[in-house]
Design a binder for this molecule. Structure first.
Ligand code: SF4
Ligand code: SF4
Length: 233
């Protein structure tokens, strides 16, 4: 899932300065799970913004909505009646959701209420850790199911670097050395020999280095004839 966290309230207040009507728009997916932009966070932030406006004698209406997935236009289209006439939408979705919102409503400014951080997972209540760097060429089958790109501080494909101490990373002594985790996992899986496999330098073109990525799933793309018939609408 995508991990994000809410911007400082002072930054948010700066962003909405001068706006008289704001729609705080959350998302029920990833950002709800990581407690950054779900229904509860939307309600709390909206209330804080209302209190701030009242305390400063500002004339500002703050409405709320939370959609199923802000990254899919089908869900975002459903709130057109709420977006219409607003000075701004304060998006509590990830950066993808905020952009889908902006593309659908180009006349209304969409402000990012969250800082989108990474693709990760909850490891315990309230703690989320990065797990995938989206490299576009997964090597988990060679690394015991532990990502060297996202979990090694140096993204080493053939580690370890030699600097770890007591199983902890030399860059961040609170983080386990990914390559020690990889080795232990390979041993547990009965394939310690895989640690010897030399992973060749990655072609980073399928990653960010090739520019914005696009995946076309041919089986799901509509033909011209289907589009004419309105299939998928
Ligand atoms: S190897 Fe690449 S695709 Fe696989 S988990 Fe790591 S960053 Fe993600
Ligand atoms: S100590 Fe381990 S995790 Fe840290 S940079 Fe070196 S190999 Fe990577």
């Amino acid at each position: 899932m995508i991990i994000a966290e809410q911007k400082e309230i002072t930054r948010i207040i700066e962003m909405i300065d001068g706006r008289r009507s704001v729609l705080v728009a959350g998302c029920r997916s990833c950002v709800a799970v990581c407690q950054a932009g779900g229904e509860r966070e939307v309600a709390a932030l909206a209330e804080a913004l209302r209190l701030h406006a009242a305390a400063g004698g500002l004339e500002r209406s703050v409405e709320t909505v939370t959609v199923e997935r802000q990254c899919e236009k089908e869900w975002v289209q459903e709130i057109a009646h709420l977006v219409e006439g607003k000075d701004a939408v304060l998006s509590l979705a990830c950066g993808v959701g905020a952009q889908v919102m902006q593309a659908l409503y180009p006349e209304v400014q969409v402000l990012p209420g969250l800082n989108t951080s990474n693709m990760g997972a909850p490891v315990e209540q309230g703690v989320y850790e990065e797990r995938c760097g989206g490299c576009g060429d997964c090597v988990l089958h060679l690394t015991g199911g532990i990502c060297p790109v996202a979990r090694c501080s140096k993204s080493l494909l053939n580690g370890p670097c030699g600097g770890s101490q007591n199983g902890l990373c030399e860059i961040d002594p609170e983080t386990p050395c990914a390559w020690e985790l990889i080795y232990r996992s390979l041993v547990r899986l009965g394939h310690p020999e895989l640690i010897e496999v030399n992973i060749p330098p990655k072609d980073w073109m399928p990653s960010r280095h090739g520019g914005p990525r696009r995946i076309v799933r041919k089986s799901a793309v509509l033909s011209d004839e289907e589009r004419d018939r309105g299939v998928g609408l």
